[in-house]
Design a protein around this ligand. Structure first.
Ligand code: APR
Length: 247
């Protein structure tokens, strides 16, 4: 990656009025969580159609073991990597107003970030589809699957967005408001292939903002939305950028 792009991106970030970050699975790959698409991606091993809300409700005994395998077993072991930590440092220095993440791994919060809009929800909670009660996932045993609702014995669903499900309206509003205010958006570890999340960088751009993209490879953003492309691993490029901004 050219130092020229890094220096220019750092200058833009330094002078930003309101900078934000939009992150995807790529920022957590160096924490040991596989991406969904690309080499070794989750959707190259599991059929995404099974994670559609209607299918889940019809076949919970088939889907719940997959949910445990993909989203719960490994999550307990994952720790924030230098990319998550760099964004938390940028926020603590008053240079990042917030993060909109597509990830459900809570690693931004674990790194110390305070303003995190979880556009696709998180694994932290589950909700009963019968009595609609929320439960802390840590309080639900996954020894028997599907885990019964502790209150009514109904079907529990992890509180993250399945295909075919809407985005929680409060999160959508908060994320869109931030994108409208932002004059700089760091787009890290996402190809923006899923809508409406993937529209966030376009909202920033439409309101005159500047896009700094960090990714291993070019994406659908790179040639028509991105202003500065920092090629490489999030865990390397993000701290580099933050060092260049904060010194
Ligand atoms: N550093 C930076 N970028 C990386 C790294 C890395 N170490 N590893 C992978 N990437 C990039 C890939 O090049 C790709 O652009 O991260 C992106 C991962 O893409 P996806 O797996 O599609 O992840 P994401 O864009 O977050 O998916 C969006 O799709 O299945 C749904 O709900 C799920 O939130 C997810 C949504």
């Amino acid at each position: 990656m050219s130092n020229h792009a890094l220096a220019n991106a750092a200058e833009v970030l330094k002078t930003a009025r309101c900078a934000m970050a939009f992150t995807g699975a790529g920022i957590s790959v160096e924490s040991g969580i596989p991406p969904f698409r690309g080499p070794g991606g989750v959707w190259s091993k599991y059929d995404p159609d099974k994670f559609e809300k209607g299918y889940f409700k019809r076949h919970p005994e088939e889907v719940w073991p997959l949910l445990k395998e993909i989203f719960f077993d490994m999550l307990g072991r994952a720790r924030p990597n230098p990319a998550h930590l760099a964004l938390a440092e940028l926020e603590a220095a008053g240079k990042l107003a917030g993060i909109v993440t597509q990830n459900i791994d809570s690693l931004h919060q674990a790194a110390g970030s305070r303003v995190v809009h979880e556009y696709h929800g998180s694994t932290r909670r589950m909700r009963c589809l019968s009595c609609l009660t929320f439960f802390d996932s840590a309080a639900i045993s996954l020894k028997t699957l599907p885990p019964p609702c502790p209150a009514c014995g109904g079907l529990l669903k992890p509180d993250f967005v399945f295909f075919g499900e809407g985005i929680p309206s409060d999160v959508h509003a908060a994320a869109t408001d931030l994108a409208k205010q932002a004059d700089v958006c760091l787009v890290i570890g996402t190809g923006g292939e899923v809508i409406p999340a993937g529209r966030i960088p376009h909202v920033v751009k439409q309101h005159g903002g500047t896009i700094i993209e960090i990714n291993l490879r070019d994406t659908a953003y790179t040639y028509n939305t991105t202003d500065y492309f920092l090629e490489g691993k999030a865990g390397t490029r993000t701290p580099e950028l933050v060092r260049a901004v904060l010194g």
